[in-house]
Design a protein around this ligand. Sequence first.
Ligand SMILES: *[C@@H]1O[C@H](CO)[C@@H](O)[C@H](O)[C@H]1NC(C)=O
Ligand SMILES: *[C@@H]1O[C@H](CO)[C@@H](O)[C@H](O)[C@H]1NC(C)=O
Ligand SMILES: *[C@@H]1O[C@H](CO)[C@@H](O)[C@H](O)[C@H]1NC(C)=O
Ligand SMILES: *[C@@H]1O[C@H](CO)[C@@H](O)[C@H](O)[C@H]1NC(C)=O
Length: 966
Amino acid sequence: MRISYESLVFGFVLLFSECSTLWFMSEINASSSSSSIFCIEHERQALLKFKASFKDPSTSYRLSTWKGRDCCQWQDFEYDMEADEVNPSLLKLKYLSYLDLSGKNFHASPVPMFLGSMKQLTHLFLSRSNFSGSIPHNLGNLTNLVLLDLRGIRHLQIDDGIQWISQLQSLQHLDMSYVNLSKAHTLFQVLNMLPSLLQLHLRDCELDNFLESPFLNAFQNMTSLRVLDLSRNNLNSTPLWLEKCNHLVELHLSGNKLDGSIPNALRNLTSLAQLDLSFNNFISPIPSWFFEIYNCNLRVLDLSGNKFSGHLPSWLGKFDKLRTIDLSSNSFIGPIPSSLGNLSNLVELWLSGNHLNGTIPDSFIQLVNLRSLHLEDNNLDGVFPDFLLRDLLSLNKLSLSNNNFHGVLPANTIGQLVNLTSLNLSFNRFHGNIPKSLEKLVNLEYLDLSYNHFSGVIPQSLGQLVHLDIVFLRRNNLQGNIPESFDHIRYLDLSSNALEGSISKLNFSAQSCFYLDLSDNHITGQLPENISDLMPNLLQLFLGKNLINGSIPKSLCKMENLYNLDLSKNKLSGEIPNCWRKGQSSCVINLSSNKLTGAIPSSIGNLDSLASLHLNDNSLQGELPLSMKNLKNLMVLDLGENQFSGTIPTWMMDSCPLLHILRLRQNNFSGNIPSQLCQLSRLQILDLGSNNLLGPIPDCIGNLNAMAFKNSSDNAIMPLATSYRYFELSLSVEWNREELKQVMKGRELDYTSNLQFLVNLDLSNNNFSGSIPEGITALTGLQGLNLSHNHLFGEIPERIGDMKSLESIDFSQNHLSGTIPNSMSKLTGLGHMNLSYNNLSGKIPRESQLLTLDNPLFYIGNPYLCGEPLQKKCPGEEVDQALAESNGEEDEDGKHDDLEKIWFYFVVAVGYATGFWISIGLLFFKKNWRHAYFRWGEKVADKIYVSIALKAAKVKKMMEGNSVDE
Ligand SMILES: *[C@@H]1O[C@H](CO)[C@@H](O)[C@H](O)[C@H]1NC(C)=O
Ligand SMILES: *[C@@H]1O[C@H](CO)[C@@H](O)[C@H](O)[C@H]1NC(C)=O
Ligand SMILES: *[C@@H]1O[C@H](CO)[C@@H](O)[C@H](O)[C@H]1NC(C)=O
Ligand SMILES: *[C@@H]1O[C@H](CO)[C@@H](O)[C@H](O)[C@H]1NC(C)=O
């Protein structure tokens, strides 16, 4: 028996969905012969009492149906209704056999004892209802129970044993997923006492390998299982008894630590219809016994997220019952076997995230039942597969993203795929116009053509697709105006094109827009004064790099949900409005590179969730308002290139413990560096260059912990890590993806997307005096150190060689004396150095890394410095090496460039991996993402659900991971 209750748990549950199984059935039969059926009065009263125990029943649409005498017409109320506890009035319902309390919030009250006396219960659902404490053991008295669902009760404790479960002798279906069972050491002994158990769901229960028993027969009763879900635990081997479960129809082992080749135990499971081994560490090719064993029954095969390699076996094409194959995120190479075209029952095909090449086989024309085709992130090429269009009329989702497809989209045929809901062709080399015939795809919800070479205007008719919610056309060559008909699109990214038109004329009447990115176009005009009325629900607004002028409208302050605002690189003028209010969710405000004047408004201190503030490159002035000390979550503060004055405020150090980046460059700040600055333990970029600061550099600067450890770039580039961050930050702030100018290696560079890897200290162009503090050498994570153009004297600290991460040093234009420490030659990453115009003396060390830094310009202006690469010979050295010198110079340049390339390549790689997909929208469609959020994702699924205000059941379903049934 397979009770399909998945949809119940994650949909909005109908408590009274099957009235016939409900509480009053037998009494009705006995007492009523009339045609209209009423409830028994005392049961009706009990239900009304139960209704009254919920908070705010008036807000529930469905509870409003709880009136009149016919309880069978009453509907279940909404999923997340709240009550302080389960009202005992339920006890009056003597014949209640089916009780579903899932998803109701009982405010961490204990699971009520009285449930244990409702002996007549056959089905009990308590999943995702906020209970806490331990389960009353008297639930073991419910001997009629066929189904018990305790899934996802977050605070449930089972420390006091689970022995009571063994009394549930009728139990066929047990779900304890997401309950921490790591201490339930007798779990399988207990479960083995349940003679009728058919379905066992123990997903994400933190199970270790203790379920291993040396005795193959010990778990005899388990071997009658039909469905077993042990996914997302910590298993590193499969249980021995598994090989005896030859009735098993469904097996889920995804997200464990299984490795090596697929266990032989699985060879005995000849009845399997559904096999999910995704997200383990299986390696090597798929074993060929797969075909012999599973040929007859297998319908769903999920091997995604492993390390399977080699060519895709052509015998896959013989599994003629298969409906879903997921081989994505592995290391398969070579072409897609054309035999896959024989799988005429195939509904979903996931081959994304491999190294497949060649073209889509012609045989795919036979996949007439195919609804999802995911080929993204491979090396496939060819033109848009026109032939698909002729016969794959069921196709619903098509993703060819991130391959080498090229050519124009076939205008005549693409409109025939009328069932398409999702079309992703991004990151290819398609060109030509966006065909107008896309307007025929009346079911389209999601369209992504970003990162191609599409040109021409955006067809107005696209906006007439009523279901279209998400449109990404980023980075193409599109021109003309933004179609007015786009006003209902929730997620719209048209950035980096050549679109025109006035922002004030845009007709965003829609209340529904969440995400709008028009940055990097030629948009003109003024921001509409009533922008908050036009787009009241906007979460993210990107208008940077356009030609927008005029002032910033005050109504922006009324957009309470707007957490990311980018108006940078426009022609905005006037003052920043002083209207910011508490309760606004602003996380990022970027107003940089405009013509703003005046001071920072004091109301900015009301934005207590502000994490990133970019006001650089404007004409702002005055001192920083004291109210800014309320910005406790500030991570990035960039005020560079303005005319701010006053001293560096000390409140910043006490109030902003999260500060990662502080950039005050090119202002009129004066006074000393306050020693409190050294307390900013997360600070990894400090740029105070080009101000009027004076006094010594405090020795305590060595306490800036974040500059002492180099962040491990290796970890961060792993897809999981980046996506993790990505996702997290789409809720809060992607500080590491922000744009920041930093002078490194003697020139100004724009950093985006890799900021977490940059550790830089720039105090140049001030009036600092005293010596370079020895303490600075503790900053072993520092990549750039610029102290140039100050009045520093004394010697270069001998231990500078400890600063292993240094790539760029600039001490030029000071009064430093003494010799160049030999230890500098240990700085193997050093690609740029400038010691010119000081009083350094003695012979330039010529070892290891310093050998490569042989541009004489690095050393000139030090009259007492001698030896190569300077012309000036040290006393006792012979003339000789003009030739080698010039060669050396070339080499240096070459190397310099190489380093730069690697660096930028890295930037691109990371940027690519993290991507621009801030929008939650993609989550619906990109399974790779789902992969990446694995484990992490679902734990916060609820949170995301709330914060993004995307109340669509789809998200949860997607997060659930293995929901393969369409
Ligand atoms: C129910 O179970 C509890 C403990 O599990 C037990 O003490 C009690 O006698 C049982 N009640 C009935 C009515 O069987
Ligand atoms: C199987 O379950 C029955 C009923 O609970 C029990 O008597 C029997 O001991 C169990 N078998 C094993 C091997 O544990
Ligand atoms: C599992 O299959 C192997 C052969 O494939 C067989 O030798 C073994 O007895 C089977 N185990 C069980 C418990 O049926
Ligand atoms: C596919 O890649 C393999 C190497 O993985 C290469 O040998 C082969 O030539 C490629 N085929 C095509 C059609 O590009």
